[in-house]
Write a protein that binds this ligand. Sequence first.
Ligand code: GRF
Length: 191
Amino acid sequence: MNRAQIGILLGPKGRGSNMRAIAAACSDGRLNADVRVVISPKSDTPGVDWARSNGMNLDIVSPSDEPYGANLLAALDGCDWICLAGYLRLLPGDVLNAFPHRILNIHPALLPKFGGKGMYGMHVHEAVIAAGETESGCTVHYVTEHYDEGEIILQKRYALHPGETPESLAAAVLKLEHEAYVEALQKVIAG
Ligand code: GRF
């Protein structure tokens, strides 16, 4: 079977840990796939540095350069799947239309709770703790024109410990994210 071709979209912070987890799974055979391209809105993030020094095919596509959707599509040429990894915007309609049910996102909470506009990064974990939740986790889902609303592919759950802080929760959930993203990709690629 042909190896699936994955395009990874980083965000402006570009920590890149989910990108690294996906790339590792491609290299060690857990995924029958290649990271065809890493796309970043900025050229000076840790994720971009890692992609560069690890010989990944890298493209900087800035949302302020029009036509943004067409530029993204050109960079994604040859990709079968798109993985959002820290990407914070809604995708342009032409990109959504070109990849129906082929765009995945990971969210650091158990959707549909704690999702939507403004719910990203530490805001999510602070809200989970403030709400007195006893569990959180992460969700891999398909991407639509709305924030965090597409069909759920997979979730991983985490039971909060007494004294859990947003920081400790973020670290625990991030570890789960790396497993969840690879498992979700295994699932969708296998059909
Ligand atoms: C992750 O927490 C993910 O859930 C969210 O953005 C963060 C990206 O982290 N969508 P990283 O850049 O993959 O380390």
